[in-house]
Design a protein around this ligand. Structure first.
Ligand code: ASP
Length: 439
């Protein structure tokens, strides 16, 4: 049995957090492969080391003094090293970083040092072997991740080394230049490593007890989902629920490795299992509810629309010509509505409207610029009667007007359009009926 364990920035923000992480790893011998992020915030006013590094490097690049800022970063690590009573000095490492900054080694190099240094500290603390990601995670010259080459090299190297700490977030191009993934990319490194070592499970340790049924900013203490499929997670994250970097799913999903989201501050909680498929029914009929504000619906009306071959294509062409992707497109007998993101649409509004007139020759076009979308997601919907009825009734009880309903043909979601000001209440109403009262 082997596990890859990735720890997020808040799990490694201080010596105290490191100790919790150490206890978690030592509690289970199969936790042999560790992927750390850079130290995150110690409290809400704090700054993540990654952000400190970007800011410090911006000074270096502008030819301004950056010593004070670099010393503040070093202080973050020194605090951890001394808090853990480690016999480790990062002085030489920081000298190299300073020289590299002066030589304008690039923002990616700068940001990657957060994980690099934390990896060194973590390896010293655990007695594991440190493996620099620059030696085993590869990108091409354009900066595209090279999955096959990485998998080949990484699997061989790790086998030789035994228990390993591999810093997250970065790798290197063939010429040795450091390249990072996008922000939050340590999740991706964990997933790549899990695939390379054929791990039985990829544990992703963070500061929440899993994927939550609803947004904790709207619902107080929402429950965590015990098991969710990759498809459901995709639906929820598309609608704004963020737990994991999107690109972290692909490597493990392809190899059938489940991801377990866990809470470093509450290791006794089982967290959420993210799996390819499961026979387990969701605890609450629905798996989760999420959503986003700020949509516009463009309602195009034309008599006998249904018999006009190519009408839908012409409508969508107006959006395509202006480079605007559409989110949803529910249709009626003589109407077709296109939902787009408001910020994207606003600048191109008139160009799109005139293209719609020119291409589709509609009878009328109506715009509703006050739409929030709420997605009720769950594999359980397929086999449960009345999910839509309960959802809609819960909204009616709260006097929430429904502007649109769209059930995906996979029966994995129901998407409901409401006014922006009704958004929070809509989420509350749906949570209440399915989770609090377990209807
Ligand atoms: N430290 C990086 C960031 O802040 C990567 C990560 O934490 O996953 O985005």
């Amino acid at each position: 049995m082997s596990k890859v364990v990735k720890f997020g920035g808040s799990s490694l923000a201080s010596a105290e957090q490191f100790r919790k992480v150490g206890a978690i790893i030592r509690a289970d011998k199969s936790r042999r492969y560790v992927v750390p992020s850079a130290p995150g915030k110690r409290n809400s006013e704090d700054t993540k080391v990654t952000d400190m590094l970007y800011a410090c490097y911006a000074l270096a690049e502008a030819g301004k003094p950056f010593e004070t800022e670099l010393a503040a970063i070093k202080a973050r690590y020194d605090e951890i090293v001394s808090g853990l009573s480690l016999n480790l000095s990062l002085d030489e490492e920081f000298k190299t970083i300073s020289v590299q900054f002066q030589g304008k080694a690039g923002a990616d190099y700068a940001a990657s040092r957060g994980e690099y240094l934390n990896g060194i500290v973590m390896a010293a603390y655990l007695g594991y072997t440190f493996l620099d990601a620059a030696e085993v995670v590869f990108f091409d010259e354009e900066g595209n991740f090279l999955a096959d080459k990485t998998d080949e090299v990484l699997s061989v190297r790790v086998k030789e080394l035994g228990n390993v700490v591999l810093p997250g977030f970065y790798g290197a191009k063939e010429n040795g230049v450091i390249k990072t993934f996008s922000r939050g990319g340590s999740d991706i490194t964990g997933s790549i490593l899990a695939k390379a070592v054929h791990a039985d499970i990829y544990e992703n340790w963070t500061d929440v007890s899993g994927v939550l049924v609803a947004d904790p900013h709207i619902i107080e203490n929402p429950v965590a989902i015990t098991t969710i499929t990759y498809k459901e997670l995709r639906e929820l994250s598309y609608m704004g629920a963020t737990v994991l970097h999107e690109d972290a799913i692909f490597p493990v999903r392809k190899s059938g490795i489940p991801i377990n989201i866990r809470n470093t501050n509450r290791p006794e909680d089982p967290g959420t299992m993210i799996v390819e498929s499961t026979c387990k029914q969701p605890e609450f009929t629905i798996t989760g509810v999420a959503g986003k504000k700020g949509f516009v619906s463009i309602n195009v009306e034309k008599d006998m629309m249904n018999s006009e071959v190519g009408f839908g294509r012409k409508v969508l062409e107006a959006f395509e010509q202006n480079g605007i992707p559409f989110e949803h497109m529910p249709s009626g007998i003589d109407t077709l509505s296109v939902f787009v993101h408001r910020p994207e649409f606003e600048g191109k509004e008139q160009a799109i409207l005139s293209a719609l007139h020119r291409l589709a020759k509609p009878d009328s076009i109506e715009i509703d610029a006050d739409v929030a979308l709420v997605a009720v997601v769950g594999r359980g919907m397929k086999s449960n009667r009345g999910v839509a009825a309960r959802t809609l009734a819960s909204l009616a009880h709260q006097n929430i007007n429904i502007k649109m309903i769209d059930q995906g043909s996979s029966e994995l979601n129901i998407i409901i359009g409401v006014a922006n000001e009704d958004f929070d209440n809509a989420i509350r109403a749906i949570y209440e009926i399915f989770v609090s009262t377990r209807l």
